[in-house]
Design a protein around this ligand. Sequence first.
Ligand SMILES: Nc1ncnc2c1ncn2[C@@H]1O[C@H](COP(=O)(O)OP(=O)(O)O)[C@@H](O)[C@H]1O
Ligand SMILES: [Mg+2]
Length: 236
Amino acid sequence: MNNNFVKKLRIDWENINSDSYLHDIKSIRTNEGIDFNKKITFFVGENGSGKSTLLEAIAVNYGFNPEGGSINYNFETENTHSILSDNMILEKGYRAEDGFFLRAESFYNLASYVDSVSLDLSEYGDKSLHKQSHGESFLSLICNRFRGNGLYILDEPEAALSPQRQLTLISKIKELAREGSQFIIVTHSPIILGIDESEIYSFDNDEISKIDYEDTEAYKITKLFLHDRDRMIKYL
Ligand SMILES: Nc1ncnc2c1ncn2[C@@H]1O[C@H](COP(=O)(O)OP(=O)(O)O)[C@@H](O)[C@H]1O
Ligand SMILES: [Mg+2]
């Protein structure tokens, strides 16, 4: 049974101005809808294929601040962020009790925000996020702030993390998902993508389509590289 917080999405293009750049993002434009069947959904694809655009619209539609951070159902979004999210129809289940939207670029701003409102730092490892390394602060955020029964939307969480810590992240994600949380994650990491019991959507070839782990570029290219590094580098 699907008891996800976000079960399906589709986009109503009628009210999206035809000169909007959104019409040029082919993967999103041609898509008829995405089902979220598993607790963990990955978006993969080449740079510029539309992953962050769609992820952010999902987050904003659900009630997250477009700059990232906790859920705030009363947040008024700015126009620039809301065109796609305003025209997105999300089929929702129960309301998530907790949530977090982590943008790829805005972790620094998030750290400033946490410092500025001097939230309870025990939730973040008892230390200002600015005084921790990127990876440390990111993991302390997840381990301390993600309380469970939440919707967690993460854009390239691997950016901060060593391979060892990506494994720690996997175990945390699996634990939270087992207890009922839902994750939607953009990643290029062949390690993070390897989580079992997930569904992977590719944004390549101007469409959004479900693919297997072994068919992702992250997997294939990493495998080729590790298998025959010398030849691959020569070939480049
Ligand atoms: N505000 C914007 N105005 C115009 N084009 C944009 C804007 N935001 C993103 N794009 C374009 O939309 C495409 C998809 O971007 P993005 O969703 O960030 O890709 P990805 O996250 O898959 O790397 C890119 O070609 C990007 O340049
Ligand atoms: Mg992106």
